[in-house]
Design a binder for this molecule. Sequence first.
Ligand SMILES: [Zn+2]
Length: 277
Amino acid sequence: MAIIPHMPELPEVETTRRSFAGRIEGATVRQVRLGKPLRWPLGCPPQSLQAQTIGAASRRGKYLWLPLERGGLLLHLGMSGSLAFSESPAAPGAHDHFDLVTSHGTLRLTDPRRFGAVVWSPAIDADPAAKLLDGLGLEPFDAAFTGEHLHRALRGRRLAIKQALLAGDVVVGAGNIYACEALFEARIDPRMAAGRVSRARCERLAQAIRRILAQALDMGGSTLRDFRDAHGMAGSFQQHAAVYGREGGPCTLCATPVRRIVQAQRSTYFCPHCQKR
Ligand SMILES: [Zn+2]
């Protein structure tokens, strides 16, 4: 089975957060080193961050928020970024574009394609952070994310359910691999119009999204030590996938060959027998 290259998804971002949040909290910023330009500029003079104490890192969608005494940093891993925290980092390499050197160690963003970003904002609910986070759907583990919420939010949408999940404006975290797996688990044809998925099936889908993401998080927590490996997460998750990356292979439930189609330039894998419109 070929492991399909992918961008960091919510489980990788959350696993990354857990890897450094406890170690960096309470540290003082000593220096900020910038490499080549990232997707958006930092938005403040790097030296203005010096001597500030770092608070508890949080996550919203695929963004991480690192609070400082004055404002904070909003980080995104883009298409190929990874964050690593180290007490004794090597000299920055060609793809290391942001170092936050602190009294506890260095948080480093490595990002070959440079679609990632580190942006200063006066508060998480003030611009530019607010503008970047605006329009994100509910967190999948938020108690408000229910089948009823999903059903109401999808009402009237003619877009395919798979694409509606990927859009991230109803619920965050259902990236390509996880959306395919959740739709399989809920037995929903990925091509079905989002607005036609019944309330009962929305309930199953909401549960499936939560279960799949929890499974990916468990896997990340148990198998990863160095979070430069966070990119391996979807890869290791894929080893356990029921349909994703398994074109032509037997469905785990009915043995019908798994089909691959392309929706909005993304591969969708599904069982044409088990998943109904
Ligand atoms: Zn099947």
